[in-house]
Design a protein around this ligand. Structure first.
Ligand code: NAP
Length: 281
């Protein structure tokens, strides 16, 4: 669906690009001509992804181990990348999350998730944003949020808090930096099977079945679908979209929000007869 050179000459950093959705975006961006940097904490995971994706575009993907919570390390990574030329696009995708009853969480658990998701996004955004603004170089930032950033969600409270902050950052900087050439959007994905997310959030088949049953499309999203949307949002084709949070969840959150959605699904044909006007029965 995209021109094969859509991202030619674009230099892109994806945090958490060694696995899951980050890796899927890396693959799609490479196929469309971009030069890629991926970062994460585990060097061996990054190296394996580089080895796997390199044949698509030899020499156009590099990895840098970096914990996005560590500001001096982030600034070092960004300086290293900039030595080869400025980045054009950043995808803040790195995250941590797990299910827990909130009263059982330690302060360290809140700190870990808020540190990666919110502070990590801020660290990378500030390091790149300051360089773009001072050099008057255009930049695009795509943040990976979650549908519960707006609604909140029980049992993933640190993640919900952090993603809400990421969405506020997205909308705020889209306005503050927009007239200086930096565009910022977010994707709020629904459930998409990845080893990282599903092993921690839906670790048993019956939980997956439950999640499928509440999705209007009756299926999970795919990493390829996410990569397509991300490609559009980082490309010049979406140049007038700024400060937007695009939901990609098969309609899941709307189904949860609609007062009668769940009740209606439980009704039989006979039950529906009761709702018809007397004359139509
Ligand atoms: P994933 O494979 O676990 O991806 C998370 C990535 O972040 C990993 O590569 C991880 O690598 C990296 N990471 C974690 N902590 C880091 C740190 N401190 N510094 C640098 N990198 C770090 O899970 P995913 O499903 O692809 O998730 C990708 C994004 O989509 C996340 O933002 C997630 O919240 C969002 N999302 C996913 C779903 C879904 O259903 N899959 C739904 C809604 C939102 P290391 O461990 O090596 O650091």
């Amino acid at each position: 669906m995209f021109q094969p050179d859509l991202l030619r000459d674009k230099r892109i950093l994806i945090t958490g690009g060694g696995t899951g959705l980050g890796k899927a975006m890396a693959q799609r961006f490479l196929e469309l001509g971009a030069t890629l940097y991926i970062c994460g904490r585990r060097q061996e995971v990054l190296a394996a992804t580089v080895a796997e994706l390199n044949p698509i575009a030899p020499g156009r993907i590099r990895s840098i181990p970096c914990d996005v919570r560590d500001l001096p390390r982030v600034e070092e990574m960004i300086s290293t990348i900039w030595k080869g030329g400025p980045l054009d696009i950043v995808v803040n995708n790195a995250a941590g999350n797990f299910m827990a009853r909130t009263e059982e969480l330690t302060p360290g658990a809140f700190e870990a998730v808020l540190g990666i998701v919110l502070m990590g996004t801020i660290n990378i955004t500030m390091a790149c944003g300051r360089k773009w603004l001072s050099a008057k170089h255009p930049g695009v930032i795509l943040n990976i949020a979650a549908t519960y950033a707006d609604t909140g969600s029980a049992y993933v409270v640190p993640s919900a808090m952090a993603k809400a902050g990421v969405v506020a950052l997205t909308r705020s900087l889209a306005v503050e930096w927009g007239n200086r050439g930096v565009r910022m959007n977010a994707i709020a994905p629904g459930p998409i099977p990845t080893e990282g997310a599903f092993s921690r959030l839906l670790p048993r088949p019956e939980l997956e079945k439950f999640a499928l049953a509440r999705n209007p499309l009756g299926r999970f999203g795919t990493a390829g679908e996410l990569a397509n949307l991300a490609t559009f949002l980082v490309s010049d084709a979406s140049g007038y979209i700024n400060g937007e949070v695009v939901v990609m969840d098969g309609g899941e959150w709307l189904q949860g929000a609609g007062e009668f959605s769940a009740i209606g699904r439980e009704l039989t044909d006979k039950d529906w007869e009761l709702f018809k006007p007397r004359k139509a029965r």
